[in-house]
Design a protein around this ligand. Structure first.
Ligand SMILES: C[S@@+](CC[C@H](N)C(=O)[O-])C[C@H]1O[C@@H](n2cnc3c(N)ncnc32)[C@H](O)[C@@H]1O
Length: 190
């Protein structure tokens, strides 16, 4: 949603992450968006994780003028090998932001939240994308593994119930009005 793009730019500008990790790259639109804001800030790297980095997408991202700010990691986002590679790329960076936009099932997003949350620094954001799935009816014409009751919103609620280091940023939520990720912008507070 355009409002998500605007708010994401604000969040990056304010929190100034050294590293932004995104699970779910697809065609690379969002990793290039994040890289463009980091370019304006003059520093920072985007790590894009996808189970299937299609060759034509990799080639397009590699040829992009901001490719020097982007690292792609191919593999399931929660596999030990992927997490090891991501941690290696993060190194000792503390201002780390994470966006979860891969498989939107409850089980997978909760596993991602548990795996990636420890990387997020205090004051940084852990964005759970597509929490809107909880609010839209099942789309019979488009069978998906997720739907109401089993999606990023239910995973975020379960995660917040077990971890008090993060809170929904209600100021961000208030700015969004129309969003793919209502209550999905979690901020690390401790
Ligand atoms: C919604 S798309 C990502 C869109 C992208 N963030 C954007 O806004 O341009 C979801 C992506 O998640 C990837 N994906 C699905 N399951 C995954 C998993 N278990 N681990 C990593 N990536 C996964 C898919 O291959 C797909 O490219």
């Amino acid at each position: 949603m355009p409002t998500d793009i605007v708010v994401t730019q604000e969040v990056i500008w304010d929190a100034r992450p050294e590293v932004i990790i995104e699970t779910g790259v697809a065609r690379g639109g969002s990793v290039i968006l994040y890289a463009s804001i980091l370019q304006l800030l003059g520093a920072g790297t985007v790590i894009g994780v996808d189970v299937d980095v299609r060759p034509h997408n990799r080639e397009t991202i590699d040829r992009h003028p901001l490719a020097h700010r982007i690292e792609l990691v191919e593999g399931p986002s929660t596999s030990p090998a992927t997490l090891e590679r991501v941690r290696e790329l993060v190194g000792d960076a503390e201002r780390v932001m994470v966006v979860l936009d891969s498989d939107h099932t409850h089980e997978h997003v909760l596993a991602e939240l548990r795996a990636y949350a420890p990387l997020v620094g205090v004051g940084q954001y852990l964005v759970v994308a597509d929490t809107i799935v909880e609010r839209i009816p099942v789309q019979e014409h488009r069978p998906r593994a997720w739907g109401p009751g089993n999606n990023p919103a239910t995973a975020a609620a379960a995660f917040l119930a077990e971890c008090d280091d993060f809170e929904v940023d209600h100021e961000v939520d208030g700015k969004l009005l129309v969003s793919s990720s209502p209550s999905g912008y979690l901020r690390r507070v401790r």
